[in-house]
Ligand binder design. Structure first.
Ligand code: ZN
Length: 89
């Protein structure tokens, strides 16, 4: 997970709030566990990266840090298909 600054987050419905710090927001049968970048609290267990990489955000129930699971910034995940930009010329 990586940190995102609160206030910069577009709350478009993609942020899951952990209400109970002792209980993961998501649990599944995947390979990865996700913990808070700030305090190490467990936010999700058994998730596959394919499920967690699409702009999923979780607000830690212990320290209120908003974590994002995607390994690239949101701006990069929105990139357009290559080869169509005419900039630079
Ligand atoms: Zn935390």
């Amino acid at each position: 997970m990586r940190r995102i600054r609160e206030g910069e987050v577009p709350y478009d419905g993609g942020t899951a709030v952990q209400e109970d710090p002792g209980r993961p927001v998501f649990s599944g049968n995947g390979a990865n566990d996700y913990v808070c970048v700030e305090c190490g609290n467990v936010l999700a267990i058994g998730m596959d990266p394919e499920h967690m990489g699409k702009r999923v955000r979780i607000r830690c129930g212990r320290c209120r840090t908003v974590n994002v699971s995607a390994e690239v910034p949101a701006e990069l995940s929105r990139r357009r298909a290559p080869g169509r930009n005419g900039e630079g010329r």
